[in-house]
Design a protein around this ligand. Structure first.
Ligand SMILES: C[S@@+](CC[C@H](N)C(=O)[O-])C[C@H]1O[C@@H](n2cnc3c(N)ncnc32)[C@H](O)[C@@H]1O
Ligand code: SF4
Length: 369
């Protein structure tokens, strides 16, 4: 079983990010949110059949590293009182480069946080300024501090297709980082998500739309795919193996929470808008502060066999392959079309996606189901 803790506050809003997070770290707002979060943990009722044994705790979006060490400690203490922590539990904290200071690192180590995930995105300072992220110097300084610390499981994130980033520049950045910071154990390489135009009136969070001016700065999709393939080859040559569409890890360093999530393990999320999954039942809070503070469940549903099957297909295609007896039950005509266009392939009687499919995976899954 694994647990997510969401801290929906960021010092500033990165222009590309559509995760639900407030563009403020105002102490009053953060404290109010934390008091509700702690209340939820204390009052969490574990279903009788659930083991309550956690193998991973993941502090994530917006920016959990804005929390003081005492605040993180209080969350972990309360979790320990409610759940059992497995001996080798992985406790991950997502951080911006700026929040990596020697004092914070010592504090995180004392709390037994044993995995750090830092967003780099790119080393191009023009882009970093445009997307409102910490500059290259701050990124490298953060990595230097991590190098001298005791946390040995460190991941970094990159995004391909950001504005002003030239073809092959992301590959060059990744090479630079790996050559200079050999202690890294995990890399996520995301593709900038689709242009986002939806607006959800019910949410407390402003939904972002990429600036119009970005469009002509993007690479052509075919260039991007070639670069992604090269990045994958390079990472494999450095012993980082892909275990999911966008995630590469050295042996033994695959992120436990990623793997458990895609594998449909039980999970419990504490935050507004959370979607916990316990014994075939999914619970969701409303994606806004007022709904969350009123403890309003948006829905509580038992997943049907069809929904579980769809999610399994997604999991298999994103992480490995689909066995013949399963893919034969899917839409054969569509599968043949995707094979002809080199997006899917059959290897050893199993169906797999090709590297070219990285930007289209969700569309492909919906069509072959
Ligand atoms: C919650 S954020 C990271 C934690 C921390 N707040 C930070 O910014 O470093 C997780 C990662 O999602 C990725 N991400 C966010 N928005 C994205 C988008 N629109 N397209 C692709 N990747 C995105 C970024 O690589 C980011 O580092
Ligand atoms: S990328 Fe991270 S810091 Fe930037 S807005 Fe999103 S969650 Fe906040």
């Amino acid at each position: 079983m694994f647990c997510y803790i969401h801290i929906p506050f960021c010092e500033s809003k990165c222009k590309y990010c559509r995760f639900a997070s407030l563009w403020s770290i105002n102490k009053v707002l953060v404290n109010k949110y934390l008091s509700h979060l702690l209340y939820d943990i204390k009052n969490f009722k574990r279903p009788v059949l659930s083991s309550g044994l956690l193998n991973s705790v993941y502090f994530w979006w917006g920016t959990p590293s804005i929390l003081e060490i005492t605040q993180l400690a209080e969350i972990l203490d309360n979790l320990r009182q409610k759940f059992w922590f497995e001996k080798n539990i992985e406790i991950t904290l997502e951080t911006t480069p700026k929040n990596i200071t020697s004092e914070n690192l010592i504090g995180w180590e004392k709390l037994w946080i044993n995995r750090i995930s830092m967003g780099i995105q790119t080393l191009n300072n023009t882009t970093l300024q445009e997307i409102k992220r910490d500059q290259k110097e701050t990124i490298l300084q953060g990595l230097e501090i991590l190098k001298s610390g005791n946390i040995k499981n460190i991941s970094v994130d990159f995004i391909i297709w950001l504005p002003y980033v030239a073809p092959w520049e992301t590959l060059k950045d990744i090479k630079y980082i790996l050559e200079n910071y050999r202690f890294l154990t995990h890399i996520s390489v995301y593709m900038l998500e689709d242009y986002y135009v939806e607006n959800d009136a019910d949410s407390s969070f402003e939904k972002i739309t990429y600036p119009e001016g970005w469009k002509h700065l993007w690479l052509e999709e075919k260039d991007y795919q070639k670069e992604y393939e090269e990045i994958k080859n390079y990472l494999e040559s450095q012993w980082f193996f892909r275990y999911e569409l966008s995630n590469f890890a050295k042996t033994w360093y695959e992120c436990k929470h990623n793997k458990s999530y895609w594998n449909h393990s039980e999970n419990v999320w504490f935050w507004l808008g959370s979607h916990s999954y316990i014994w075939g039942k999914r619970y969701a809070y409303k994606d806004d502060f007022i709904g969350y503070y009123d403890k309003k469940f948006e829905y509580e549903e038992i997943l049907s066999q069809d929904e579980l099957f769809l999610e399994k297909i997604m999991f298999w295609l994103r992480t490995s392959w689909i066995e013949k007896n399963i893919y034969q039950k899917l839409n054969q005509a569509k599968i043949d079309d995707f094979i002809k266009s080199w997006l899917l392939e059959i290897r050893n009687e199993t169906l797999m996606m090709s590297d070219k499919a990285i930007s289209l995976i969700d569309k492909i899954i919906l069509e072959i189901i």
